[in-house]
Design a binder for this molecule. Structure first.
Ligand code: GLA
Length: 687
């Protein structure tokens, strides 16, 4: 059930607002809430995410009255509703009636009620009840004009992404049977002759519980796939009901940024709108860099369609060990960053700060001090300012660079306990590669390894541990047609059953890359090898490889120390009208930046000569206009060269050719759409 024509959300402005939990407050507060929401420019709220127990107080006994009244109060105030199906957490009465729906951990311990998400994703009882609740919500509120979006469940997998209970085990067996056909297929795929694991009956097959030693890696990988699919099935249970009762209303479920446990490519196929919850750590001065990767993924999950930042913090969160508030201006620049990257709005968790419960120290738009709280002053000011950005709604980010995100490779290279090194880290590599391109001035999209690659000049593949022929063919076709591909270490290693490709890595990528990997050569902790690139040395910590380059491949950089001294480290092979690079090492940041600089040049793309990692520029465009967001994430002034005469939607008036951005400063430049997206650099002159 893919969703080829996403239903649009009926909201004629950028979305602004937050999670609203009116059932934590007396009714008179709701009226004050709406008054203050209007003052803050709020036009959308998400509710009632965790309210099932307040809506169905005992089996079949519904208390709709309070929610009816809240929705009326909001509607009267002109505020739209992102209506949750309220299935993010089960009522206690349901759990006590059906304790078998509680999830188990890998040690076989049942997880108790007392937090949220107390359900096994495979539980038939849970599935039956969420379908019932979604139907009840849809039938009661689906026609209400205030309701513009369905918010299914909440952050699937946040607390319980994997379950090892007997129901999950049975579901896993059914899933395996569908994937592998029969036990012979399973035994072959799992390579059971190693360590004698042949199965002769399906009942013998279990999810990977804690075992005596390292577990079969294909069993682990299949369990990751299965667990993501089990939650996707659960999502579909609700989506099917909602589509039946309210076929016009768009559906979303809020994602958790770039999240290992769920294959968001597949989730996004089902929904109409991608929404994300993002919590860059204010204590990390570089947090905007991984945030850009995350947002690149969000806009790419539905092929560039605008997405929505559904949750962020106005200031501090309450779930880190140390929860640093956002300095004045940080919430604004963080919000602008998400919008720059294609979000059609900026929303928060939550509207009014709780006074009790697990999240009472989590900031909100309206802090404990109410109207007098700094978070209210800042969010209200930003809500008003946001109205100036109305023209960017619907515009799409212009990017010529994409990074391959592949959940199979992420799972395969991290679930197994028997790898050349446990240190490579799929996400760390993806972030490092993205970070280098970010430093060089590019907004990076995400893409599947099979594409589509239309519109890109450069596709980078930080890690594709699990590779099949379709992926290799798609990458080769992109290069043949003139694209530049850069593939990172430990790619093309295994097929989807985790069987090493004949002849070893890079398997089906061998022809394209023109190299063979004789052996991975991981680097011991605390040490680093060196590579030399154009006469300059760079560190290669964590991972190197013994590479044999074919005569067709040229050597771009060589190792410059240790056993691999003089051997190829980075290679390039021309392929059709394009080229394919291989980077056989995990490089430290400076080296990676230099490799990416050369790859960008090979792809005919610009790169910043001088780098300031706090400067970010992203262009969203509609048919007529380029909207270039120029953002200074840092605590120092940045002087930027921009196209002359552009209109600044935020500051008003025209700017250029120099633009001075104070700490946390931003401009959104509107100019007629150019053939190439504007490329923003630091100014060469400080005058
Ligand atoms: C997630 C959840 C919210 C809330 C916030 C707190 O995003 O979806 O319900 O718990 O975290 O940061």
């Amino acid at each position: 059930m893919t969703n080829a024509t996403p239903r649009p959300m009926r909201l004629d402005a950028l979305a602004y607002g937050g999670d609203y939990n009116p059932d934590q407050w007396p009714e008179e507060v709701w009226h004050e809430d709406v008054r203050l929401m209007r003052e803050a420019g709020v036009n959308l709220v998400s509710l009632p995410v965790f309210s099932w127990p307040q809506l169905e107080t005992s089996p079949g006994v519904y208390e709709w009255g309070w929610l009816d009244r809240v929705i009326e109060v909001l509607w009267a105030g002109g505020i739209r509703v992102d209506l949750a199906t309220a299935t993010a957490t089960p009522p206690a009465w349901l759990v006590r009636r059906h304790p078998e729906m509680l999830p188990w951990d890998a040690d076989g311990r049942r997880l108790e009620f007392g937090s949220r998400q107390a359900y096994c994703p495979s539980s038939p009882v849970w599935r039956e009840h969420v379908a019932r609740m979604a139907r009840a919500m849809a039938e009661r509120y689906g026609e209400h004009p205030a309701v513009v979006l369905w918010h299914v469940s909440n952050e699937y997998g946040d607390h319980v992404a994997r379950c090892w209970c007997p129901e999950s085990a049975a579901h896993f067996r059914r899933w395996l049977e569908a994937r592998h056909g029969d036990l012979d297929g399973l035994n072959e795929a799992w390579g059971v002759n190693v360590w004698g694991q042949r199965y002769t009956a399906w009942e013998q097959v279990e999810p990977p519980r804690r075992a005596t030693g390292p577990i079969n890696p294909t069993q682990l990988l299949d369990f990751e796939r299965f667990s993501s699919d089990a939650l996707l099935e659960l999502f579909r249970v609700e989506v099917d009901v909602l589509r039946e009762v309210t076929p016009e209303l768009p559906v979303t479920t809020n994602f958790m940024s770039i999240f290992r446990e769920l294959d968001y490519w597949r989730f996004a196929e089902v929904e109409d709108l991608v929404t994300d919850d993002a919590y860059p750590d204010p204590a990390d001065p570089r947090a905007h860099v991984p945030a850009a990767l995350n947002y690149g993924l969000m806009r790419s999950l539905k092929g560039g369609q605008p997405w929505l930042l559904l949750e962020q913090a106005a200031s501090a969160v309450s779930w880190r060990d140390v929860n640093v508030p956002k300095a004045p201006g940080r919430m604004r620049i963080d919000s602008l960053q998400a919008i720059a990257h294609g979000s059609d709005g900026a929303m928060f968790f939550q509207w009014r700060q709780a006074r009790y419960g697990q999240e009472k120290f989590h900031s909100a738009m309206l802090g404990h001090r109410g109207e007098r709280s700094r978070s209210f002053r800042e969010t209200a000011a930003f809500g008003r300012e946001l109205q100036r950005l109305a023209p960017v709604k619907g515009a799409r980010v212009r990017s010529r660079v994409a990074l391959v995100v592949d959940w199979d490779s992420w799972w395969g290279s991290s679930a197994a306990e028997s790898l050349p090194s446990q240190r490579l880290g799929w996400l760390a590599q993806a972030r490092a590669w993205h970070g280098a391109l970010h430093a060089l001035g590019h907004a990076v999209d995400a893409v599947r390894a099979t594409g589509p690659f239309d519109g890109y000049d450069l596709v980078v593949v930080p890690n594709l541990y699990v590779t099949d022929a379709a992926q290799a063919d798609a990458l080769a076709a992109f290069a043949a047609a003139g694209g530049t591909v850069v593939v990172g270490p430990f790619s093309g290693v295994v097929d989807p059953t985790e069987t090493v490709h004949p002849g070893g890595a890079p398997g089906p990528l061998r022809e394209l890359l023109g190299i063979e990997v004789d052996e991975p050569w991981p680097v011991p902790d605390g040490r680093a090898e060196r590579i030399e690139l154009d006469g300059v040395g760079y560190d290669a910590p964590v991972w190197t490889e013994w590479i044999e380059a074919s005569p067709e491949a040229s050597v771009v950089a060589r190792f410059a120390a240790g056993v691999l001294d003089g051997r190829p480290a980075v290679t390039r092979r021309g392929h059709g009208d394009g080229a394919a690079w291989y980077v056989g090492a995990a490089l430290a940041e400076d080296g990676l930046v230099e490799v990416m600089r050369r790859a960008l040049a090979d792809a005919g793309l610009p790169a910043r000569d001088r780098i300031d990692r706090d400067l970010e520029a992203v262009t969203r465009a509609d048919d007529a206009t380029d909207f270039t967001f120029v953002l200074n994430h840092g605590d120092h002034e940045v002087v930027v060269a921009v196209p002359d005469g552009a209109e600044d939607l935020l500051g008003g008036g025209t700017v250029g050719p120099r633009l001075v951005l104070p700490p946390l400063g931003a401009a959104v430049l509107a100019a007629p759409r150019a053939a190439e997206p504007p490329f923003v650099t630091l100014s060469e002159t400080t005058e």
